[in-house]
Write a protein that binds this ligand. Structure first.
Ligand code: GMT
Length: 385
């Protein structure tokens, strides 16, 4: 089995969000390693931009009918998963985000097992965070989420924090392996031509701070504005906010109220994240909770120093004082102080940027992490055969 080409179905939320990004990047990396990848979702994953060798995309059609106040996407997804698995003889399904993907995969597996020619279709679930820490705690979802995780042929979590939290909350008996998130360090880097684009946003004597998220309350975007307001009083600088979501307009209003809106640029959803990151000096990620904090890792690979909270899995990604800075949730004074100290010292800023990239390379490069997934798949298949 070692080294064999695998046919893998991948399901994720295809729009903006860390779990969809990880799932898509994983599929692309596996395809580059000559595996055959089939994305099954309601729309094309956002980072799947062009035709790629070994990559297929299967759209899930959800029929609308007046009786269906809530069109049953999970059932349409299960049906499509079973169809694609049968048609393309997939070896396994890998679903990202437990709710509802893991339940749909479980149904697809049961359908194929019960219908001639009866075949076993193992499925792997990767837990990303809010599927466990927020949504999974809701009583309407908790029992079925726990059940589908237990029924999975393999379960991974993207940090030790999330693994421990899942075991505790769900009282899960089956083994959850930690396979951390990753970044392609050849794609994410401070290319001079990208870095030079900073002149479009800031003057030569200004620093650039960046924030990247889906602007949900858990990201505490208002804290980003509060921190920048303090930094801006001491350091000539601009703030770039990448992404969109429910808290954006409140953050825009806060910037207006503080009189700093001319220095705060809301860029909205962007395709070329790495080019934008490569322009920046510091990333602000003051989240209430991050099971991992992929944005911080992508910034680090681009030599951008993350200033984040000591929340969830972030301490597994950011080494305080070496590859970035960590403070308590809501402590905007301390995060602003770290930014001001760093941004006023050119050589320290450059040195920490290099250390941030080295930290990303040492633990989280695709070359290290993708083989862990390949090995995991093979063990799941061996156990299930
Ligand atoms: O952060 C979000 O709201 C999106 C969410 C997702 O699933 O799309 O992100 C989670 O998964 C990311 C990728 O594994 C992690 O980097 C984020 O830390 C995690 N978010 C939270 O735990 C809040």
């Amino acid at each position: 089995m070692a080294g064999a080409r695998l046919k893998i179905g991948i399901t994720c939320y295809p729009t903006y969000g860390g779990s969809g990004v990880v799932a898509t990047e994983l599929g692309l990396e596996l395809a580059r390693r000559d595996h055959e990848i089939h994305f099954i979702s309601y729309s094309q994953p956002i980072r799947l931009t062009g035709p790629e060798p070994n990559i297929h995309y299967h759209e899930v059609e959800v029929t609308r009918y007046p009786l269906f106040e809530y069109p049953p996407y999970d059932l349409a997804l299960a049906t499509r998963m079973a169809e694609v698995s049968q048609l393309y003889e997939l070896d396994l399904l890998h679903v990202h985000y437990a709710i509802p993907h893991s339940v749909s995969a479980m149904l697809a597996k049961q359908m194929l097992a019960a219908t001639p020619p009866r075949r076993n279709l193992p499925f792997v679930t990767t837990l990303h965070g809010t599927d466990i820490t927020l949504v999974g705690l809701d009583r309407s979802y908790l029992p079925i989420t726990r059940f589908s995780i237990e029924q999975s042929d393999g379960v991974t979590a993207i940090s030790q924090y999330l693994r421990d939290r899942t075991v505790k909350i769900f009282d899960i008996k089956n083994k959850i392996e930690v396979i951390p998130n990753f970044v392609n360090c050849d794609d994410y880097m401070r290319k001079p031509e990208w870095h030079d684009q900073r002149h479009e946003y800031a003057a030569d004597d200004q620093r650039i701070l960046v924030h990247l998220s889906n602007f949900r309350p858990v990201k505490r975007v208002m804290d980003v504005i509060e921190i920048f307001d303090r930094v801006r009083k001491k350091i000539p600088s601009k703030l770039l906010l990448i992404g969109d979501g429910p808290d954006r307009s409140q953050a825009e209003w806060l910037a207006v109220q503080k009189g700093i809106h001319d220095h705060v640029m809301f860029l909205g959803k962007q395709d070329q994240i790495r080019e934008k990151l490569a322009m920046a000096d510091v990333m602000l990620l003051p989240s209430e909770l991050e099971s991992f904090g992929l944005a911080a890792l992508e910034a680090m690979a681009c030599e951008v120093v993350p200033i984040a909270t000591r929340a969830g899995g972030l301490p597994e990604v950011v080494e305080h004082g070496v590859t970035g800075f960590l403070a308590d949730v809501g402590d905007v004074e301390t995060m602003a102080r770290y930014a001001i100290e760093l941004l006023s010292d050119d050589s320290r800023l450059r040195q920490m940027g290099k250390q941030a990239r080295a930290g990303a390379q040492a633990k989280f490069c695709t070359s290290r992490i993708i083989p862990l997934y390949e090995d995991f798949y093979r063990r799941v298949l061996e156990r299930s055969s």
